[in-house]
Design a protein around this ligand. Structure first.
Ligand SMILES: [Zn+2]
Ligand SMILES: [Zn+2]
Length: 265
């Protein structure tokens, strides 16, 4: 039987006393991100595709990342490029699942998230008209880590913006057994991996706009499937991630390969 290795929040407080935080970027002791690595966090340029959030001067129709693809969310934005220290924080989180590290990510991403909330809320009259949710973890991944990073990020960011957060998506079944399946079967497997609970139906009667939070946007495939089931529940899904993969020269082949890889996760 696997031994649970993740420390509880209380135990982590004690561990922090004896196991000092180390910068995810360079390993310097003292903080999850030292000042010099923090300065290396890359925000995304203003000119971005309105749908997938890729840095692009072209309108959506000409976006090299998402043209010709069916992405179900209305918009996607991210706090940082998935490079350097931002990438190191996400990776460190996968192996050293400390809540205080996610707290650091929340603090860094909060200003960008506030901008996204204001944009998505648009003409809505009250903050309560907006809701934050997250991509649910595979059950075994969540058990290994002791928590779902996306959920902690979502709850932290929602609190920072004064917007309520709730679980709307569920993993319908384990989607990891993909090897041996053909391409169409794999896509169908991912498509069937999310469902909405009764909460989504209740929420849809009161509000329409939801921001789905995750740690990284790679191709948008997973987030798109989550968005699809929220649309079917009558909601308008948008996406916000801590980081986003930036492709210098996104060729059609590299996008296709990345989409296929994400479907197989
Ligand atoms: Zn550092
Ligand atoms: Zn795009």
């Amino acid at each position: 039987m696997r031994v649970q290795t993740y420390p509880s929040a209380a135990l982590e407080g004690l561990l922090n006393l004896v196991l000092p935080k180390r910068c995810a970027g360079c390993g310097t002791a003292g903080a999850w991100l030292c000042p010099s690595c923090a300065a290396g966090l890359q925000t995304l340029p203003e000119a971005r595709c309105p749908r997938c959030g890729a840095p692009s001067r072209a309108a959506q129709a000409g976006c090299p990342e998402c043209r010709g693809r069916r992405l179900w969310f209305f918009s996607a934005s991210a706090a940082f490029a998935y490079e350097g220290p931002a990438r190191a924080m996400v990776t460190t989180c996968k192996f050293r699942a400390y809540r205080s590290l996610v707290d650091e990510m929340v603090a860094r991403a909060a200003p960008s998230f506030a901008v996204t909330c204001a944009r998505v809320a648009g003409d809505l009259t009250a903050a309560e008209s907006l809701l934050v949710t997250w991509v649910p973890a595979h059950r075994d991944h969540a058990l290994e880590r002791g928590f779902n990073t996306a959920e902690l990020l979502a709850r932290g960011l929602a609190a920072s913006a004064g917007v309520p957060a709730t679980a709307l998506l569920e993993r319908r079944r384990h989607g990891a057994r993909q090897s041996g399946l053909g391409r169409a079967a794999r896509a169908a497997n991912v498509r069937g991996s999310f469902a909405t609970g009764s909460e989504a139906a209740r929420v849809a009667r009161m509000l329409k706009r939801v921001i789905i939070v995750d740690d990284v946007y790679t191709t948008g495939e997973t987030l798109s499937h989550g968005a699809e089931v929220l649309i079917n529940a009558g909601l308008e899904p948008h996406v916000f991630t801590f980081a986003r993969t930036i492709r210098a020269v996104p060729s059609q082949t590299s996008i296709d390969n990345a989409v296929r890889k994400e479907r197989c996760r």
